[in-house]
Design a protein around this ligand. Structure first.
Ligand code: 4AD
Ligand code: MG
Length: 429
């Protein structure tokens, strides 16, 4: 019977056939161990010479890495195997023989692996990261659907900018100028006024000149936007959402977390509520720790890491200075130098995973901000309309998928958290 590694546990004691690739092998004179992968998982196949026969055993010993095979054998329970099962192989048919697969089991440099990203994805580690990425996406849809949010898809080609004009990707839209979306937020605000609670999930683009372990040029964002929700309520939704996603990964990706040697006890602590500290207090804390940072400056990665180290859960930093945040953020009701916003900083040095805020709902104030930020009233007229016709308090946030995957999987650099990373100086493959 044909089966997959994922469901092989339903066939203990039976003979099954797997379509699989040979990811690695080792053998002695009498026995060969085949590390098999079929996309759904990894399993060890054991071939015993005495049972396979001299000729068949010799052929199996000569199989090359990444050759495609049909492997037939009997499923056995094996408590030592990570998957819990092993295949006692009776026969192997070669579908396609791979010659000189470039990624051998030895260590390779990062640039080499990045040049072979299309093959590197097959490794156990990359397979585990992509599987967890998928679980985070699945849990995201489950969470927001359960909470009554409607998924809305904002455009990718836009005539306006949400997050400043310095890192926009410019393109021509026939005779007009257009930009690749940096964030769907402004459109999601329009959608929230139509559908109440909405979320988006899609690619966003920033021509970041920074080469760090946290920055991609193309990354995927989850952007919820909620009518009649103030900033405090938005923070509660954020911490519940992040806790739900982490718990889903713990529940459904045990094998993958083990393959990555992720410290699960650190993830088990991620339960709402999360701590909240003000920007003011964060600056005072950093100064006390000896960092040279003044009120009004934005945090860099070392600052975020220093703050995060005081907590074993993500921490919200609240109320940043208005001058270092986006034009649409609502001023604090008691102070006009800070805004109603928060960044959520992941533990263990993974940095900011969420940026969110309450939005300006007053038409005159928003028009004033357009002037201060040199944004053309023409391009943003539609956005101003939202404050003209039934304006309500509303809030939203954006969670960066790749940084979240990096944190949950314990992956040092975001380049391993997206199938084909777009980085400064890298468009291949
Ligand atoms: O803080 P940001 O810029 O916020 C926004 O874009 C808002 N419009 C979101 C909203 O309120 N709807 O970006 C949100 C998140 C960051 O916290 C970070 O996780 C991720 O997006 N992010 C990046 N991830 C990878 N590479 C980059 N270059 C990123 N820039 C932002
Ligand atoms: Mg941000």
């Amino acid at each position: 019977m044909k089966t997959t590694i994922r469901t092989i546990g339903n066939h203990v004691g039976e003979e099954v056939t797997l379509g699989a690739w040979l990811s690695n092998k080792r053998s002695s004179g009498k026995i060969a161990f085949l590390q098999l992968r079929d996309g759904s998982g990894f399993i060890q196949g054991v071939v015993v010479k005495a049972e396979a026969g001299e000729e068949a055993f010799q052929k199996i010993k000569e199989l090359t890495q990444e050759s495609a095979l049909y492997v037939t054998g009997t499923v056995q329970k094996d408590d030592r195997a990570p998957s819990g099962y092993e295949l006692a192989v009776s026969s192997v048919d070669v579908i396609h023989e791979a010659v000189d697969y470039p990624i051998t089991p030895k260590e390779h440099g990062t640039e080499f692996l990045m040049d072979h990203r299309h093959l590197w994805l097959r490794s156990r580690r990359q397979h585990a990261i992509m599987t967890i990425r998928n679980e985070i996406i699945r849990a995201t849809y489950e969470f927001f659907n359960k909470e009554g949010f409607v998924k809305v898809d904002p455009p990718i080609l836009t005539g306006s900018s949400a997050e400043g004009t310095t890192n926009l990707f410019h393109t021509k839209y026939f005779d007009e100028d257009a930009y690749l979306s940096q964030s769907g937020q402004l459109y999601m605000e329009a959608a929230a006024m139509a559908l109440g609670r909405v979320f988006s999930f899609g690619p966003t683009f920033r021509a970041e000149k920074s080469k760090t372990r946290r920055h991609l040029i193309e990354f995927w964002m989850i952007e919820p936007e909620m009518a009649f929700v103030d900033h405090e309520e938005s923070l509660e939704i954020q911490e519940n959402y992040v806790s739900f996603v982490v718990q889903s990964v713990i529940d459904n990706c045990r094998l993958e977390l083990d393959a990555l040697e992720r410290d699960i006890t650190a993830l088990e602590k991620i339960k709402a509520p999360f701590a909240r500290i003000s920007y003011d207090d964060a600056i005072a804390f950093l100064q006390k720790e000896g960092y040279e940072i003044e009120w009004g400056e934005d945090f860099g990665a070392p600052h975020e890491t220093a703050i995060a180290e005081s907590f074993d859960k993500p921490v919200f930093i609240l109320n940043y200075p208005k001058d270092i945040k986006a034009f649409y953020m609502k001023p604090h009701p008691e102070r006009d130098d800070v805004v109603l916003c928060a960044d959520l900083i992941a533990p263990e040095g993974y940095g900011e995973i969420i940026g969110g805020s309450q939005r300006i709902d007053d038409e005159a104030l928003l028009a004033e901000r357009f002037k201060e930020h040199n944004l053309s009233e023409d391009a943003y007229q539609w956005y101003l309309d939202l404050r003209k016709y039934g304006s309500v308090p509303h809030s939203g946030f954006g969670l960066g998928l790749e940084r979240t995957v990096a944190w949950i999987t314990g992956t040092e650099h975001v380049r391993e958290t997206i199938p084909f990373p777009r980085l400064l100086n890298r468009l291949y493959p």
